[in-house]
Design a binder for this molecule. Structure first.
Ligand SMILES: Nc1ncnc2c1ncn2[C@@H]1O[C@H](COP(=O)(O)OP(=O)(O)OP(=O)(O)O)[C@@H](O)[C@H]1O
Length: 353
């Protein structure tokens, strides 16, 4: 009967990879005992956006096997690393950039990291926004100090399931760090490479806004998987976002998608929706995956000020739902890219259609 179950499973396709779960090696276990089938699917990311669909289709296919009366589906996940991982133990480095300041880039980076971690991924978050480091505050760790381990590597601070490092935790509160070009270059390099990140599926990097030295330093010295662009939908923000995209293109960093933040506002008293900055404007940036439209919500700002990412503090709010969608869609994009690389390097096996 196990053979019949496996053959049923080979009719279920991964919806993003367009290949069946069996030939993709995603069936970790398939056992049948007394009419009860127990299936374990090993996903390519714990933040898989299509887990529900895969579960439904697996259940349906296996229930069609004569003799099977019940099906339990369990999930595991192994994130496939980039072809050339940036650091030993770090599978993917993802940059979060914006053209303009104040569009919500740090808020997106913090919620992205917290959401991936809540789904079960191992996540690091580097605040590379050296001129306005706000990640530590948004993570509720503004007063924490970075320490070093026995090998003199910086130990990331843990909060909300995420390991993070921010310049804000190196300098006395309220004091500005003044960086000059070469110093900045080496400090960023140290933050990425001389930190004890441990094993990470994703290292999310919150960049400063614009197209300056930090971006240049990171794109030149770190093998990144790709970049996410955060923008608000009005033209003045889009013009700068387009410049950021152009910078990544010139540095051969793939743009994994765009997040439209402050996309719209729903008045809490009337329920009326206002497209304050022109919802949908980010499509003008071109043919990049839209990772999500995040509404303008007082709670997002309040949660950030209280040091709790909105995806954890108010997971059912519309903004949190959108931010979780951003994280999962991004994780899916990264998986598809990594899988394409793996399959392309095995010419005798499968090619993705
Ligand atoms: N969707 C949202 N709804 C309400 N407030 C938001 C939203 N996104 C961000 N904010 C608030 O807007 C302000 C700016 O956000 P944030 O610091 O994330 O932007 P940024 O682009 O990283 O800015 P900077 O360029 O200064 O680094 C913060 O007070 C934040 O809490």
């Amino acid at each position: 009967m196990r053979d019949a179950v496996m053959s049923a499973l080979s009719t279920v396709n991964d919806p993003e990879l367009h290949r069946d779960l069996v030939s993709l090696g995603m069936i970790e276990r398939a056992e049948v005992e007394g009419g009860h089938a127990r299936i374990k699917v090993n996903l390519t990311t714990p933040a898989c956006p299509l887990k529900g669909q895969i579960e439904r289709e697996v259940r349906e296919a296996v229930l069609n096997v004569p003799g099977v009366e019940a099906v339990s589906v369990e999930f595991g996940a192994t994130v496939r690393p980039a072809a050339q991982p940036a650091l030993p133990g770090v599978k993917h480095v993802v940059l979060v950039g914006s053209g303009k300041g104040g569009v919500g880039k740090s808020s997106v980076a913090v919620n992205l990291a917290a959401s991936l971690a809540a789904d079960g991924a191992r996540v690091g978050l580097l605040d590379a926004d050296v001129y306005g480091p706000s990640v530590a505050h948004m993570m509720g760790q503004g007063a924490a100090k970075v320490t070093a381990n026995a090998e003199r590597k910086m130990l990331p601070i843990e909060a909300h399931g995420v390991r993070f490092l921010s310049m804000a935790n190196l300098s006395p509160a309220g004091q500005a760090l003044v960086w000059r070009g070469p110093m900045l270059h080496s400090a960023i390099g140290q933050f990425v490479k001389d930190a004890a990140w441990g094993q990470l599926d994703y290292l999310v990097v919150d960049l400063p806004p614009g197209t300056g030295d930090v971006q240049l330093s990171l794109t030149q010295n770190v093998q990144v998987t790709g970049a996410v662009i955060v923008t608000t939908p009005q033209d003045v923000a889009l013009i700068d976002a387009a410049r950021a995209i152009d910078m990544f293109r010139k540095a051969s960093v793939p743009v994994l998608g765009v997040v439209e933040n402050m996309s719209y506002f729903v008045a809490p008293d009337t329920g009326h929706t206002y497209d304050i900055f022109g919802r949908g404007g980010s499509r003008k940036l071109g043919d990049y995956p839209l990772l999500g439209e995040v509404p303008l919500e007082t709670g997002v700002r309040e949660d950030a000020d209280q040091g709790r990412p909105a995806v954890l503090a108010h997971p059912d709010s519309a903004a949190a739902v959108a931010l979780r969608g951003v994280a999962r869609t991004l994780a899916g994009q990264i998986s598809v890219r990594a899988m394409h690389q793996d399959l392309a390097s095995l010419p005798d096996q499968l090619t993705v259609v």
